[in-house]
Design a protein around this ligand. Structure first.
Ligand SMILES: Cc1ncc(C[n+]2csc(CCOP(=O)(O)OP(=O)(O)O)c2C)c(N)n1
Ligand code: SF4
Length: 416
């Protein structure tokens, strides 16, 4: 702002005003009345002596120790340590789809954790079990970019980081463009011979559902350019990091801090955004949904996702428990996401080269439950079971049924 002020003043060449630049509030630093008074005193002093002693400075910032080096607490993971080659992937001649073999949870415990334990997530948070399972299916070097959000905040408390691999953080509008730029730089370096041509790195962007509201446009731009990377969304149905506000993925009737329940409100007033179908419309080579309660399915999809990056962008969505906002028992996360699957709210499916495949049909397994069975497990939706909210519950059930029938039709019909 001070540049703008200076530019406006100096538009008149005879204007001799002095301008003092001060930055305050950076990094959440408080700005007090005393600080404002001090600013006025500096300005008066400059006017009195006709010059500025310090034209530019930060208020409240403490000068750091230039020689400070945080203690190294872990060695970065090597390509060798993370290449287990346990999962076999082959393209089926009959279906043209990739088939996986060898997804053994026991054997895959040998995969070193790319995200170390000991971060600051709430007990029962679904982000890390889900992302960790996903990473078990990914071989070799990875570069991970996290959008802002709980997943990023709880892993990166200065001066430490929970990442044992190369990690980038960027904001919602910039995550997908940043990582796609890194992918391009990597390819260019290979082309120039600065990196061995056979070197592989898998590039993964992790975002919350809020990050894929605010960052939807850039994610679609990345789909248009079809960069070789994975966009992995953990959907906890709200903007948790900033205080549990609703996102577009928050389902109809669910209570959040901005979709309340009371005499005039019944929770969120619109149905949830169907992000996998948006990404499907972008014609990506591979799209999937998964949950931690079906870890075998999740890991298998990770292995396929890695293989499909050879053809371009992959998008995957994980439904991820948030006991704090869902107002649920922290031990129940896995059961709640499974109930979301069994009620057909969150169907497990993949889309390979435009063909939709349902991976699990609760109706055929005799596991199908009404959405109410899922909703009763969370405090944020318990009101929907009361008679006065019957219309809201019915509307959610109807929408879930409608989307399920449409998905089943896509599964069954070769042209849908
Ligand atoms: C452009 C922009 N708008 C708003 C914010 C503030 N902000 C930080 S985290 C966050 C919520 C992120 O929600 P989500 O992506 O769902 O992740 P979660 O916190 O649920 O893990 C918001 C709105 C921001 N950092 N940048
Ligand atoms: S608020 Fe929710 S998403 Fe955030 S760390 Fe806690 S449980 Fe995880």
């Amino acid at each position: 702002m001070s540049f703008e002020v200076k530019a406006a003043l100096k538009d008149d060449p005879d204007n001799r005003s002095l301008v003092i630049s001060r930055i305050y509030g950076i990094g959440g630093k408080e700005f007090f009345v005393d600080d404002a008074e001090m600013l006025f005193e500096e300005a008066l002093e400059a006017a009195r002596i006709g010059k500025i002693k310090t034209p530019f400075a930060y208020i409240g910032a403490t000068e750091g120790d230039a020689g400070y080096m945080p203690e190294r607490v872990a060695d970065p993971l090597t390509e060798k340590a993370t290449t287990l080659n346990l999962i076999k992937i082959e393209r089926s001649e009959a279906t043209g789809r990739l088939e996986t073999k060898g997804v053994s949870a026991r054997e895959l415990t040998a995969m070193p954790k790319r995200i170390a334990p000991g971060h600051g997530a709430c007990p029962g948070c679904g982000i890390f079990p889900s992302v960790d399972q996903f990473l078990k299916g990914i071989q070799g070097h990875v570069v991970i970019l996290f959008h802002t959000g709980c997943g990023m905040v709880v892993t990166t408390g200065f001066p430490y980081s929970a990442f044992n691999v190369t990690y980038i953080h960027n904001l919602f509008q910039n995550g997908a463009p940043t990582l796609s730029g890194v992918v391009e730089a990597f390819d260019e370096k290979k082309r120039r011979g600065e990196i061995p041509a056979d070197q592989d790195i898998t590039f993964i962007m992790v975002s919350g559902d809020g990050g894929l509201d605010i960052g939807m446009g850039p994610a679609i731009g990345t789909a248009l350019r079809n960069h070789s990377m994975i966009i992995l969304e953990y959907d906890n149905q709200g903007y948790m990091n900033t205080g549990h506000q609703l996102s577009f993925s928050t389902p109809y009737g669910h209570a959040t801090s901005t979709s309340n329940v009371g005499p005039r409100q019944f929770g969120k007033t619109t149905h949830h955004k169907d992000t996998p179908q948006i990404m499907a419309a972008c014609n990506l080579p591979y799209i999937f949904t998964a949950v931690e309660s079906d870890y075998r399915d999740l890991i298998k999809k990770a292995a396929k996702a890695q293989r499909y990056t050879k053809e371009g962008l992959v998008y995957g969505k994980l439904l991820s428990a948030c006991p704090l906002s869902w107002k649920s028992d922290e031990r129940m996360g896995s059961k709640i996401v499974q109930a979301a699957v069994d009620s057909n709210f969150f169907p497990l499916y993949e889309i390979e080269h435009g063909k939709t495949i349902l991976n699990y049909n609760p109706e055929e397994k005799g596991k199908k439950v009404p959405v109410a069975e899922w909703l009763k497990m969370m405090g944020k939706t318990k009101h929907l079971l009361r008679p006065e909210y019957k219309e809201v519950l019915d509307s959610l059930q109807k929408e879930v049924d409608r989307r399920w029938v449409r998905l089943k039709a896509k599964h069954e019909h070769p042209f849908l």
